[in-house]
Design a protein around this ligand. Structure first.
Ligand code: ATP
Length: 656
C-alpha cells in the first residue's frame, strides 16, 4: 500500500526527499498546492495509494475529497518560531494566520515572546479567509503576515509582506510515521476483510447486504442466482429477481418466505442490519435444508438408517428369481408403495432394501420396522413418535417417529398383516395426508416417505375377514411383488448354499480351513421343501460350519443335521417308520427332476396334521431353551417373528 505526500510548496518536497534518503522511507512525493494538490491526491488514491500526507489548506481539501485517510503534517510552535525568525526586520507587529488547531495551541505560548504576535484564525472558505485577515490587519495594525500557502496566494491583496510557515523535518517525519502506522492497520483490516469475503463467498447460502435501495454486498451464491459478476452499487429493483424484490418491498424488520427463484425453491430471511435502514438477507436452498433436516433426524435417533443390500446381493439364476429381480428393479424407478408378499425367509427385506438403494431415494434413510415384533402401543409410538408428557414414561423432549426418521427415504413395514386396526387407521391417514402427528402432539409434520410393506399372510383374506382395512390394503398394494419359495426354484439351492457358506465362514473371520461342499449333497438339499426358505438353509449351514471338522461337508453332515433337527415320534399314534424323523428322511430323497414342484410331494404324517406336529415341536424346543425365543427360532430354522406369530395364533385359538 503506497503512501503519497502531497507537498504544497517546493521546499517541503526537498525536505521530504532528504528524510526519505536519511531514514530509508519509501513514499511517493508530489508537489501540488490547494486544487492542484487535491487532483494529484485523487489520482494517487485511484492508483492504489493507501494513505495521503499533506498540510494546511491542501490537507483540509484532500480530507474531504479522497476516500483514503489523509494524515496532516501538523504546524508546530517551532515552525512558527522559525518563520518569525525569517520575518525579523520585515515588520514590527506580526499576524500569524492559521486553522483552529494551530491557533489554539499558539495562544498558550505567544505571550512568552517579546515580539508582538497576533493569532488570526481562518477557515477553509477562501473569501471568508481574505476578509478575516484583512480585518485583522486593519484592526491590529499588523504589518507583516505569517501563514501557509493559502495566505501566500493572497499576499497581493493584503498589502503587507507575507512569510510562509514552513514545516520542519521532524513534523514531516512524524507524519510519515503516522501514515505508516495507518497503512499497517489498513493492511490488517484488509486481510480480515478479505478472509471474511472469502468465507461469505464459500458458504452455500446466499448473502446480500443493501440499504433501502442499493446493493452494498452480494456473495457468490447471490451473484450466480442473479446471473451477474457484480452488483454492489446497483439498485435492488434492477438486479434482483422480481419475486425477491417484492418480498423485500413488502417486509420490514425480520421476515422470512419460501420463494421460487429460477428453477429452485429458496428459503429467504431478511434481517435489519442497524437502525439506519440497511438490511441483509440470507437465502437457503430448500433442498439443502431438507438434507440437513434428515441428517438431524437421523442423528437424534442415534441410528444410521441405511439399507445394506442391493440387487447384486440376491443370489439365484432361476427364471423365477430373475423375474422377481427384474420386476423389483422396475418398481425401484417408480415412487409408489410396494407390497412384497411371500413366505418367511424368501428375501422380502433384502428386496425392500435393494429397491430403496436402486431408487431416487437411495441417499435418504431406509428405516425398517417389524410390525409383529412390537405390542400395539409401542408400535404406534415407534411409528408416529410422541411429544413430551404424551404418556407416563414418555421421554423428555418427546421422540420422533419412524415416519419422521424416514423422511426423504423409505419406510419398510415388515409383517404389515400383524398391525391392529387402530394402527392401520393411523397408517392410512399418514399415507393419505403425507403428514404425521405425534402422539400427544398438535402440529402436523410433513413427511416425504415411500412405503414398502411386506407380509407372509394372506392379506386379502384378512381384508375379507375384517382384520385388515381395505382402503389401506389398496394404498399399499400398488406395486405387488411376489417372492418365490425355495422349493419352487430348487435350481438356485447349490448357488445359494455355496454363497451363504462362504459368507458365514467369512463372517467368522475365516477361521479354520474354508469348508468345501461335496456336490453329492445338492440333490439331497434340493429334495427338501425348506419351509423356512433361505433362512432355514442359512441356519443349516451355520450348524454345519460349527460342527464340521474335516473341512468338507458331505452327505453324512447333512444326515446329522437332519437327525438333530428331526421331530421325535408322536407317542402312541405314529410308529417309528412314519416318525417325523422318517418324514425328513423321506423328504431328503435325492432330487433329480427339473420340475421340482411335481417331483417332490409333501410327506404326510398319518394320525397327526403337520400343524399339530409343528406345534408340538415348537413347544418342545421352547421347553429345551427355557423359553428363549431367539434360540428356539434358530434351532427350528424359522424366524423369530414366525415363531412369535405362531404362538400368538395358538394363544388366540386356545382362548376362543
Ligand atoms: N436370494 C437371496 N440371496 C442371498 N441371500 C438371501 C436371499 N434371499 C434371502 N436371503 C437371506 O435369507 C435371510 C432371510 O431373508 P429376509 O429377511 O430378506 O427374508 P424375509 O422374507 O424378509 O423373512 P421374514 O418374512 O421372516 O422376515 C437373510 O439372511 C437373507 O440375507
Amino acid at each position: 500500500m503506497e503512501i503519497v505526500l502531497v507537498a504544497p510548496y517546493q521546499r517541503m518536497v526537498r525536505d521530504a526527499q532528504e528524510i526519505c534518503r536519511m531514514y530509508g522511507e519509501r513514499i511517493k512525493i508530489v508537489h501540488g498546492c490547494m486544487d492542484d494538490g487535491v487532483q494529484l491526491g485523487k489520482r494517487a488514491v485511484e492508483n492504489g495509494a493507501g494513505v495521503i500526507i499533506s498540510r494546511g489548506g491542501t490537507w483540509v481539501r484532500l480530507s474531504e475529497a479522497v476516500s483514503a485517510p489523509v494524515v496532516e503534517i501538523a504546524v508546530t510552535p517551532y515552525d512558527v518560531l522559525r518563520a518569525l525568525q525569517r520575518a525579523r526586520g520585515m515588520g514590527r507587529k506580526f499576524g500569524v494566520a492559521g486553522f483552529s488547531n494551530v491557533i489554539a495551541s499558539m495562544r498558550e505560548w505567544v505571550s512568552m515572546l517579546n515580539v508582538p504576535v497576533v493569532p488570526i484564525e481562518i477557515d477553509d472558505d477562501t473569501e471568508q479567509t481574505r476578509n478575516t485577515v484583512l480585518q485583522a490587519i486593519e484592526r491590529e495594525r499588523v504589518d507583516c503576515l505569517l501563514g501557509d500557502t493559502t495566505i501566500l496566494e493572497y499576499s497581493v491583496d493584503f498589502g503587507v509582506p507575507c512569510v510562509l510557515i514552513e514545516s520542519g523535518k521532524e513534523a514531516i517525519w512524524e507524519a510519515i510515521q503516522e501514515a505508516k502506522r495507518l497503512v499497517a492497520a489498513r493492511m490488517v483490516e484488509r486481510k480480515r476483510h478479505a478472509s471474511l469475503h472469502t468465507a461469505l463467498d464459500r458458504v452455500h447460502q446466499g448473502i446480500l447486504v443493501a440499504d433501502r435501495e442499493v446493493v452494498q454486498f452480494a456473495n457468490r451464491t447471490v451473484l450466480q442466482l442473479i446471473g451477474r459478476d457484480a452488483c454492489a452499487g446497483l439498485s435492488i429493483r434492477d438486479c434482483l429477481p422480481p419475486a425477491l424484490y417484492e418480498f423485500l418491498e413488502n417486509s420490514s424488520g425480520r421476515d422470512s418466505e419460501i420463494l421460487q427463484l429460477g428453477a429452485k425453491l429458496w428459503f429467504v430471511e431478511r434481517y435489519p442490519l442497524l437502525d439506519d435502514g440497511r438490511f441483509f438477507i440470507t437465502l437457503h436452498l430448500v433442498d439443502d435444508i431438507e438434507t440437513i433436516e434428515r441428517r438431524v433426524r437421523q442423528r437424534r435417533a442415534g441410528t444410521g438408517h441405511v439399507a445394506r443390500y442391493t440387487f447384486d446381493d440376491l443370489v439365484g439364476q432361476s427364471p423365477a428369481m430373475r423375474f422377481v429381480i427384474s420386476r423389483a428393479t422396475q418398481f425401484a424407478q417408480a415412487d409408489s408403495s410396494v407390497l412384497i408378499v411371500g413366505e418367511t425367509g424368501t428375501g422380502k427385506e433384502m428386496l425392500a432394501q435393494s429397491i430403496h438403494n436402486a431408487s431416487s431415494r437411495a441417499q435418504g434413510p431406509f428405516v425398517g420396522v417389524n410390525c409383529a415384533a412390537l405390542p400395539e402401543q409401542l408400535l404406534e409410538s415407534e411409528l408416529f413418535g410422541y411429544e413430551e408428557g404424551a404418556f407416563t414414561g414418555a421421554k423428555r423432549g418427546g421422540k420422533p417417529g419412524l415416519f419422521e426418521l424416514a423422511h426423504g427415504g423409505t419406510l419398510f413395514l415388515d409383517e404389515i398383516g400383524e398391525t391392529s386396526l387402530h394402527v392401520q387407521q393411523r397408517l392410512l391417514r399418514v399415507l393419505q395426508e403425507r403428514q404425521v402427528m405425534r402422539i400427544g402432539g398438535e402440529r402436523l409434520i410433513s413427511v416425504d416417505v415411500r412405503v414398502v410393506a411386506a407380509t407372509n399372510q394372506p392379506l386379502w383374506r384378512f381384508v375379507q375377514e375384517g382384520k385388515f382395512r381395505k382402503d389401506l390394503f389398496f394404498r399399499l398394494d400398488v406395486l405387488r411383488l411376489n417372492t418365490i419359495p425355495l422349493r419352487e426354484r430348487r435350481e438356485d439351492i447349490p448357488d445359494l448354499t455355496e454363497h451363504m457358506l462362504y459368507q458365514l465362514w467369512y463372517q467368522r473371520k475365516g477361521v479354520g480351513v474354508r469348508p468345501r461342499l461335496d456336490p453329492a449333497i445338492f440333490p439331497l438339499l434340493q429334495a427338501y421343501d425348506w419351509p423356512g426358505n433361505v433362512r432355514e438353509l442359512q441356519s443349516m449351514l451355520d450348524y454345519l460350519l460349527a460342527t464340521q471338522v474335516q473341512g468338507k461337508i458331505g452327505v453324512e453332515a447333512i444326515e446329522e443335521w437332519v437327525e438333530q433337527k428331526a421331530l421325535p415320534p408322536v407317542a402312541g399314534t405314529v410308529d417309528s417308520a412314519t416318525s417325523s424323523e422318517g418324514a425328513f428322511r423321506s423328504k431328503l430323497e435325492p432330487y433329480d427332476a427339473p420340475d421340482a414342484k411335481q417331483s417332490v410331494a409333501l410327506a404326510q404324517l398319518p394320525g397327526r396334521t403337520m400343524e399339530e406336529i409343528e406345534r408340538w415341536a415348537i413347544e418342545q424346543t421352547l421347553a429345551e431353551t427355557s423359553g428363549d425365543m431367539t434360540r428356539a427360532a434358530q434351532m427350528l430354522g424359522i424366524s423369530r417373528t414366525t415363531l412369535w406369530r405362531k404362538m400368538k395364533q395358538w394363544q388366540t385359538e386356545t382362548m376362543a
